[in-house]
Design a protein. Structure first.
Length: 167
């Protein structure tokens, strides 16, 4: 999936837009998603889905698969946020936290949408060059690069392990 997302970043229809504009757009929406209400977060999520699927022409299957993976991780965290256990191992469900959990879920999905937009519309080397021009410390840029490289190495190792397991 990582290679597929990297290929999409080079082949999407928003490829001709300058990377600085896409980075600025994504970061402004990210700030709005962190600061505003759940209604704005839902609107950001829907709007970016339209941009990603409609304008960039990313397959809705790829979008749904990535959103499903994120939703799975978020839903796995819900019980830890809602259930409390006291010293006598009495388990209780805190209904007052439900609004907080729903706000956290909408904020997380909106933030993911902003970063996914950047991931599938801007190739990683261009993002790094934008970060250099923004005067981000070089140690952070190198850390981003090594992490990016490590993801591909990890994917290749997992692929080889899967093939060996099937054999």
């Amino acid at each position: 999936m990582i290679r597929q997302l990297d290929t999409i970043a080079y082949d999407n229809r928003l490829r001709t837009i300058r990377p600085e504009q896409k980075v600025l757009f994504a970061f402004l929406l990210l700030i709005m998603a962190m600061a505003d209400s759940w209604k704005v977060q839902v609107m950001i999520t829907v709007w970016l889905a339209i941009w990603i699927i409609g304008y960039a022409r990313v397959s809705w299957k790829v979008y749904a698969k990535a959103l499903g993976a994120v939703a799975l991780f978020l839903l796995m965290s819900v019980p830890a946020l809602l259930v409390s256990i006291d010293r006598s191992f009495h388990v209780s469900l805190d209904h007052s936290q439900l609004v907080t959990v729903m706000s956290l879920l909408s904020r997380s999905i909106a933030a993911w949408s902003c970063l996914f937009f950047l991931l599938v519309t801007t190739p990683f080397p261009e993002m790094l060059s934008v970060l250099k021009r923004m005067k981000v410390p070089s140690i952070l840029i190198e850390l981003f690069f090594f992490t990016y490289r490590f993801v591909f190495v990890f994917e290749k190792a997992a692929e080889e392990l899967y093939v060996a397991m099937k054999a």
